[in-house]
Ligand binder design. Structure first.
Ligand code: G6P
Length: 610
């Protein structure tokens, strides 16, 4: 989704803006631009395509300045054109970048047209710049004009504005889209996320909904919704530069797949060190809240939703609590039945996904008093809106297709399950010890699964020539089949479906022929024999099978049946281990097809619009 960066400094900020935009590329975008105020002139460069092309154009135009804003755009209103790219300029006087969607832009456009403003783009954004310009022409200063404008907008936005009339400042506002301020020495910055700023500073201020801010070179003032100046807390970000670099890897997705043993070890460190499952890791109020709830409602999107689907099996079987899992964008628009004794659990890598955030707010409005966020980005919007929090410690995830965030979410959800079970007297001391042991071995089992990469690469060559693929699993591994299909379609653009293997004969079997590779996730669990029958149904129709089987699953290779042996059955944590091969299969298939693995077409990392 769109990314924003801005800086005001004694030095040239153009390299800061360009570097910041490069670090925001992972969010997903299709055009980019910067605008700077240089010697009283507003100068701008915009390009469709990669930031590198825009940066080259900025260099060719010899752009240098102490004040500027930049943007990566992911098209919503209006096509991918230079005219629609940000920054937008109003009457040569002020420049603005915007993330989000202005819902009443048509009404504002009519109003502004009547006031004599012309429009150069099809975006909803342009109205914001003109509104600010209009208010400034009525005598307001830049900050007050922005604050007045925000009251006339409905929708979601993070905006940053610079004006020729007040060249010593930058103003910004946040409602529904992320925005933070970076504090430097003799310079200050803003950005959509901290990765854009770590090259310059780690000292950040997270803006809250409805707040506006005024930045000069050496001061930052924050204002609440009533425009009153308020105190702010300075956080020290722990995002490291190394986590944002590729290192020896070809793609961030490859790096992140390989980081999973350490990401899991970091996420599990607290529970392993404690030697027990303890409610305190969810926050101070966790004992009372987790102890009194009678059910769980999980809300999430994309890959995070599949983590929730997996957790449902654990929560119902181990903790003995009813658990529903719903796609956030569906939940937020239906008249859901609210049981106040059910805990709302949101799962989000970014903590910014708008549908998940809005579903959480909706659940609260429906009468759910208790919420828990499982999230990978500290201080992001979803955990900030939640009562209880468990941060996964996957580190920065840059590849659009989620990998290490997913497996660490599963590890976190398993811990939640065990805490809930323990509080209800459903976790015996020996079961607790056994589960802790399984968690201790988990990073090693995942490393073992990563070692299968060469075999999976050989399969990927075959998949790269196909147009479709089916992924089958049963029970706990059904969501992993769906996640495998999602990974493949996201980055290789091969149409893929994940199905519960028992459902095969109710539809998808009609699609099976020699051109349809069928991936089977086959752990040695209680459903293995049933799964074997399902694979025979495929083989009998000429379908080619690609089976990921535990070492003790007893699947043999034969004509049309390919088997890769995964580590010995990892018990209840088996879905985590079985995720690795399907991630690798998607990655190498995409590599063979030559797609842009880290930035697949049309997709964004953090979906901050509907
Ligand atoms: C986007 C990303 C996915 C992610 C989903 C939910 O679609 O491309 O990888 O699973 O959003 O994001 P979240 O940050 O809420 O987990």
């Amino acid at each position: 989704m769109c990314g924003i960066v801005g800086a005001i400094s004694d030095r040239d900020v153009v390299p800061v803006l360009i570097e910041g935009l490069k670090r925001l590329e992972y969010r997903g975008y299709d055009s980019s631009g910067i605008a700077v105020l240089s010697e009283g002139q507003m100068r701008r460069v915009r390009r469709t395509g990669r930031v590198a092309e825009m940066a080259a154009a900025a260099e060719a135009e010899d752009l240098h300045a102490g004040l500027g804003i930049g943007h990566t755009r992911w098209a919503t209103h209006g096509g991918v054109t230079e005219a629609n790219a940000h920054p937008h300029i109003s009457r040569g006087e002020l420049a603005l970048v915007h993330n989000g969607i202005i819902e009443n832009h048509e009404a504002q456009r009519e109003r502004l047209t009547a006031l004599g403003y012309g429009f150069e783009s099809q975006t909803d954004t342009e109205v914001i710049g003109h509104l600010i310009h209009h208010h400034m022409s009525q005598g307001l200063d830049l900050l007050t004009a922005l604050q007045t404008t925000t009251r006339e907008l409905t929708g979601a936005y993070a905006v940053a504005v610079v004006s020729r009339a007040q060249p010593d400042r930058m103003v910004c506002a946040r409602m529904g889209c992320p925005l933070l301020i970076g504090l430097g020495e003799g310079e200050n910055m803003i950005a959509s996320d901290v990765s854009a700023l770590v090259q310059v500073t780690r000292r950040v201020v997270f803006m809250d909904e409805g707040q506006t801010a005024l930045l000069t070179r050496d001061s930052v003032s924050l204002f609440n919704e009533q425009d009153r100046e308020i105190e702010y807390e300075v956080h020290l970000s722990d995002v490291s530069l190394a986590s944002l670099e590729l290192g020896p890897y070809r793609h961030f997705m490859q790096k992140e797949i390989h980081e999973q043993p350490s990401a899991l070890a970091d996420t599990l460190e607290a529970v392993i060190d404690a030697g027990q499952f303890c409610h305190s890791m969810f926050g101070a109020k966790a004992e009372a809240i987790l102890g009194e709830i009678e059910g769980v409602q999980i809300l999430a999107c994309g890959t995070s939703h599949y983590a929730g689907l997996t957790a449902r099996y654990w929560i119902e079987a181990i903790a003995g609590l009813p658990c529903s899992v719903e796609i956030a964008s569906e939940y937020r628009y239906r008249e859901a039945y609210a049981n106040p004794r059910h805990l709302i659990v949101t799962i989000s890598q970014s903590g910014e996904t708008l549908d998940t955030l809005e579903a959480l707010k909706y659940a609260k409005a429906l009468g759910h008093p208790h919420s828990l966020a499982i999230c990978n980005v500290p201080e992001s919007a979803i955990p900030r809106a939640s009562e209880l929090i468990l941060y996964t410690r996957a580190g920065a995830e840059i590849g659009v297709a989620s990998t290490k965030a997913f497996t660490t979410q599963l590890a976190a959800l398993f811990q939640l399950t065990c805490v809930l079970a323990k509080q209800r007297g459903r976790l015996s001391a020996s079961a607790e010890e056994e589960y802790l042991d399984q968690l201790r071995f988990l990073p090693g089992s995942v490393q073992h699964a990563l070692n299968l990469e060469p075999q999976i690469m050989a399969w990927a060559e075959h998949f790269a020539t196909k147009d479709n693929a089916l992924f089958l699993g049963r029970g706990l591994h059904y969501p992993i089949a769906m996640e495998g299909a999602l990974k493949l379609k996201e980055i290789s653009y091969i149409h893929a479906e994940g199905y519960p293997a028992g459902e095969l004969k109710h539809g998808p079997l009609a699609l099976v022929d020699s051109e349809m590779p069928v991936v089977v996730i086959a752990p040695n669990d209680s459903l293995l024999e049933k799964l074997k029958s399902n694979t025979q149904e495929v083989r009998a129709r000429g379908g080619e099978l690609f089976i990921f089987a535990d070492q003790d699953s007893c699947f043999e290779e034969s004509e049309g049946v390919h088997v890769i042996r995964t580590p010995r059955h990892a018990g209840l944590l088996s879905p985590i281990v079985h995720t690795i091969p399907v991630q690798l299969l998607a990655y190498h298939t995409a590599l063979s097809r030559g797609t842009d693995v880290d930035k697949p077409r049309n997709l964004a990392k953090a979906v901050t619009v509907e």
